[in-house]
Ligand binder design. Sequence first.
Ligand code: PLP
Length: 366
Amino acid sequence: MREAILLTPGPLTTSLATKTAMLTDWGSWDDSFNALTARVCADLVNIVHGGDTHVCVPLQGSGTFAVEAAIGNLVPRNGKLLVLVNGAYGRRLARIAEMIGRPFAIYEAADDTPPNPAEVAARLAADPAISHVGVIHCETSTGILNPLAEIADVVARAGRRLIVDSMSAYGALPIDAREIAFDALIASSNKCLEGVPGMGFIIVDRDALLESAGNSHSLAMDLVDQYLYLQKTGQWRFTPPTHVVAALAAALDQYHLEGGQPARLARYSANCRSLISGMGRLGLKLFLEPSLQAPIIVTFHAPNHPDYDFKRFYEAVRARGFVLYPGKLTAVETFRVGCIGAIDSAEIGQAVGVVADALAELGWTH
Ligand SMILES: *Cc1c(COP(=O)(O)O)cnc(C)c1O
């Protein structure tokens, strides 16, 4: 039987070429591995056109490790971070600031509402202590797309610095560092680049990075040290996730062969459209206004049936070879389906068929 298709936004379904790239053992001091790291990092900067101003600092760990590193390095101990929250990842950003002792404030919007740039401007004007703004690009807890360009504009006009968690958007949604002012943009190997989990990275303004020397709250997450050591030796400080880097290099080759960011966005958008129309035929309704929906992950209201239970739904779909994602909202019962990974409309069509069969088996059809 075919491996299960992951309709989860990372880890996600990867291609055979990406998986087979992990069949080699690399020495972490070896020139060929150093060249691989350098190639991947240069590529990651180029994808957002950051070549003249920005550098890539890779970091061992999941995406959250890279977010924590960015906050702990770039926001000085006497700085203040305004966190824009409209979902769980925004709340996590604030929690990081709290844990590592960086002063912060929160501007919270509802889960189905993007932060309002005018309100961000007002809060910056009202509080001169705010040095940085943190925003989630695509809030994966619902799939909502936040207005990055407009927020970046407001932050730049107010003379503050922007830190973007673009984990689930980077590589698929267009980002141009020549047009959008940011100090740091954070993403990871296992989302829209379709690599395997284990590496986060920060695309960071080189001057802002160098100015941040001495800020780090952590030895292992010291981005300036990681960057300077990589520059000097070609090597990561501490053991690199060699197989993850090799898989990411292979995934990036496929990314460019496919046609880069526009092609990836087109495939995910087609996935998203077939998903929404197919689930709509089954009576499953979108949580978000369609105009706010990013083509990354879709939140649906749970089937309206008194016996509904996500675990049973999950198992029935899982038995048919597809993996769903639970909802992440407290007020409403929802579930989520990812549009990303090495899948296209064919797999999405099969997934809709499987959901239909599962609902019929459970007796939850309308
Ligand atoms: C996936 C994700 C993260 C990081 O999650 P990890 O589980 O640590 O990889 C952070 N922010 C957003 C918006 C994400 O989608």
